[in-house]
Design a protein around this ligand. Structure first.
Ligand SMILES: Nc1ncnc2c1ncn2[C@@H]1O[C@H](COP(=O)(O)OP(=O)(O)OP(=O)(O)O)[C@@H](O)[C@H]1O
Ligand SMILES: [Mg+2]
Length: 402
């Protein structure tokens, strides 16, 4: 096993396009690192540079204390698990797992032990004599992982391994990969565009946008302290709401009314003019249900456009007006996130017992402690707690207008 260190890695393809633009990430020995971001942000390119399937334009790629830029893939001792698993259809599961050992001319007894150990770990014992074509997607995935395990590689690299599976199996496999990774303690880099996978699997998550690292932090840090609008909009489902806002003293003026926020947050955003406020759907509640124990927070009244009752929770949709300056930034953000286009409406997640109905003027409570404030020109989160936000890139390259 080994740490993987990426130092100022750049990849320019033949046409000059910087697919990966000066990315530095350190993956600790045994760590589960996620690379996440929308399509085309450079995730696969970065992964392929780690494995050696793509030349590195500049920067240093280190595995352990070896610089591997000029090493062939087979000399890097890494195991890549591809999306389509690349299993040999005419070989049994046993022989598929044994394949790299046969290539390396491993003695039969040792080979057999390694294959059987891997198969036990992966719960494939009863399938060893079967052919991959007769297996489920999840079983095939495990065979591919078995092949990686027997090679005793320094690290596992996954590129969207679950994207071919249906939702239920994807959930199962996610749990399985997480469990195996913990058990094997093997350094892992995992590429996905799915923020749920990123949140549930990663020890840390690197969020990429157009070849640039936006933030590198634990899932909790990303969620609670997103460094900029892009990360805030990308992490979380349903996504964070964005509204025009101005700060006066320790009060934020929102389209629906004013909300008290903690003084230190207000101070960091003071004297800035028009801002973008970010509030997650779950930080609202039906005012009649908001717990008495929650003293901070404010209530406001808003017209309810639509309601979706899910049993355990209720989504309510509250439209609002936004000035052109804020709209422009939010439209750009929607494009960056591959979104469905801008809709200026607040989505709030209320307790399932809420009786709020369509067409009503509803009393809504909001938790003022959780409101983020973003600079509308750079996208920088002004309220972020830098001590708990991991690594955030400078605001100049994070501008949504770039
Ligand atoms: N062989 C290539 N030649 C030129 N440009 C390329 C090549 N491969 C990828 N690119 C470009 O590099 C950028 C990053 O591509 P990459 O495949 O790394 O994205 P990704 O984040 O993995 O996206 P996805 O989620 O769609 O797989 C894209 O803009 C892509 O068009
Ligand atoms: Mg890709």
């Amino acid at each position: 096993m080994a740490a993987i260190t990426m130092n100022h890695i750049v990849k320019q393809y033949g046409d000059g396009f910087p697919a990966v633009n000066d990315i530095s990430i350190d993956v600790a020995d045994g760590e589960f690192m996620i690379l996440v971001g929308p399509s085309g942000c450079g995730k696969s390119t970065l992964l392929r540079m780690i494995v050696g399937l793509e030349d590195i334009t500049s920067g240093d790629m280190m595995i352990g204390d070896r610089r591997v830029n000029d090493l062939a893939p087979r000399d890097r001792n890494l195991a890549m698990v591809f999306q389509n698993y690349a299993l040999y259809p005419h070989l049994t599961v046993y022989e598929n797992i044994a394949f790299p050992l046969r290539l390396a001319k491993t003695p039969e007894a040792e080979l057999d032990k390694l294959v059987r150990d891997a198969s036990a770990t992966l719960e494939l014992d009863e399938h060893l004599d079967r052919k991959p074509g007769n297996l489920s997607g999840g079983q095939r995935q495990r065979v591919a992982m078995g092949r990686a395990i027997v090679r005793q590689s320094d690290a596992f690299l996954f590129d969207e391994p679950l994207s071919n599976l249906d939702a239920k199996l994807r959930g199962q496999m996610r749990t399985e990969i997480a469990r195996l990774q913990k058990r094997l303690g093997i350094t892992t880099v995992y590429v996905t565009h799915d923020q749920t996978e990123a949140m549930t699997l990663g020890d840390r998550v690197a969020v990429l946008k157009r070849g640039i690292l936006q933030q590198l932090a634990t899932p909790r840090e990303l969620y609670e302290n997103p460094g900029n609008l892009f990360v805030a909009g990308f992490i979380g489902s349903p996504p964070m709401n964005f509204l025009p806002a101005t700060v006066k003293g320790s009060t934020v003026e929102l389209p629906f009314g004013s909300v008290e926020i903690p003084a230190e947050r207000a101070e960091r955003a003071a004297g800035r003019g028009l801002l973008i406020a970010g509030i997650r759907p779950e930080h609202f509640e039906d005012a009649s249900l908001a717990s008495d124990s929650v003293r901070t927070g404010s209530t406001f009244s808003a017209k309810v456009d639509a309601v979706e009752w899910l049993g355990n929770e209720t989504y309510a949709y509250l439209p609002f007006e936004a000035p052109a300056e804020v709209r422009a930034q939010l439209e750009q953000l929607e494009k960056d996130l591959d979104g469905e286009g801008l809709r200026t409406q607040l989505v709030v997640s209320l307790d399932g017992s809420s009786r709020i109905a369509e067409g009503q003027d509803a009393e809504i409570w909001v938790d003022g402690r959780r409101i983020h404030l973003f600079d509308p020109s750079t996208g920088e989160n002004l309220t972020v707690d830098h001590e708990h936000a991991g690594r955030i890139l400078g605001a100049e390259v994070n501008s949504g207008k770039a």
